[in-house]
Design a protein around this ligand. Structure first.
Ligand code: HEM
Length: 168
């Protein structure tokens, strides 16, 4: 992996990203802005399950309103993230935080899709449903915590040795 990262870092594409010194801060700024979009969408969906927001609105409608923002945020995050990786592949590929984040990101996206489907099925079975089960609330809370961990890991990439070095 390190050999591949070193090859990529010496590639003309990576040198293009590295040599335009304004590019990385611009990409990180867009990346950070999109965290806000994605995280707020996730929190609003979780708050609906807790009945704290739009409690009288069926889950499907709340999903239809906020889920598109999650995907609209994740796409630019993936694009900016991939270019950041191309710009500093050795830094990213040798960071435990980066791999943990990517792994949890896959889990987070799949769990949100499963969660939404189970909520939609539950609401279809009982359209008047406004109160969700404690299991659904636990799943909603776990989803929010999962995204918080992803955010922490994204930031921890810059301090990877300090963070994990301290833990081992
Ligand atoms: C979709 C794929 C994603 C990729 C490929 C990706 C990749 C990256 C990379 C390469 C960095 C720069 C790390 C560094 O060198 O310091 C970064 C930073 C970061 N990422 Fe991601 N990321 C993705 C999605 C996300 C998501 C979904 C979140 C959270 C919701 C997130 C949160 C962060 C945070 C908090 C930072 C630190 C930003 C900073 O302070 O500069 N990333 N990401």
């Amino acid at each position: 992996m390190v050999a591949f990262a070193e090859w990529l870092q010496s590639s003309s594409l990576s040198i293009l990203v590295q040599s335009n010194t304004w590019l990385t801060p611009l990409l990180q700024s867009i990346h950070i802005l999109m965290i806000g979009v994605v995280f707020i969408a996730v929190v609003m969906l979780a708050l609906r399950v807790f009945g704290r927001v739009s409690a009288d609105t069926p889950f499907n409608e709340v999903w239809a309103r906020f889920a598109p923002w999650m995907w609209r945020g994740l796409i630019p995050m993936a694009v900016t993230g991939i270019i950041l990786v191309i710009g500093e592949p050795v830094r990213e590929f040798t960071a435990l935080s980066f791999w943990l984040k990517m792994g949890l990101l896959v889990v987070a996206v799949i769990s949100v899709l499963f969660f939404a489907r189970s909520m939609r099925d539950a609401t279809l079975a009982d359209p008047g449903m406004s109160e969700f089960s404690s299991g659904a609330k636990l799943a909603a809370a776990a989803t929010v915590v999962l995204w918080l961990v992803i955010i922490f890991l994204g930031r921890a990439i810059a301090y990877d040795v300090e963070v994990w070095g301290a833990l081992t």
